[in-house]
Design a protein around this ligand. Structure first.
Ligand code: CO
Length: 134
């Protein structure tokens, strides 16, 4: 069902510093910051030959990544995102196997303008999983 690894998301306490680490220290191409108020994050994309890394910084009062940053003050891996061809079919297959879909279970538009869903980390070995329809 799942296809390519679309991205790994890392929450960072300081997006400018995180960008500098990937751009200068690791020598990667990093996009300009993009504020996504409806997701409560500001994001940059690190473009790698085979996937992307997203650096997420808290934006606004009710950011969904704020509690994670409180538990991990120096930042950390927040989720992995796998590509699926049909997000509704994937969701229904997963639900039928007992996996929990976060929120109201309906896909939202993600950072790349495509439909996304999140799956409960307790059902996936402690890892928050995002599915993105490509
Ligand atoms: Co993501």
């Amino acid at each position: 069902m799942i296809g390519r690894l679309n991205h790994v998301a890392i929450v960072v306490p300081d997006l400018e510093k995180g960008t500098a680490v990937y751009r200068q220290t690791l020598g990667a191409a990093v996009s300009a910051p993009q504020a996504l108020p409806e997701h409560g994050v500001t994001v940059v994309f690190v473009e790698l030959p085979n996937t992307k890394i997203e650096l997420l910084e808290v934006l606004g009062e009710n950011s969904p990544v704020a509690p994670f940053l409180e538990r991990n003050p120096s930042g950390g891996i927040h989720h992995v995102c796998y590509e699926v061809e049909d997000i509704i079919a994937a969701r229904d297959t997963l639900k039928a196997q007992g996996a929990r879909v976060l929120g109201d279970g309906e896909p939202k538009t993600g950072a790349h303008g495509k439909p996304v869903l999140f799956l409960h980390p307790k059902d996936f070995m402690g890892t928050l999983v995002e599915l993105e329809q490509v």
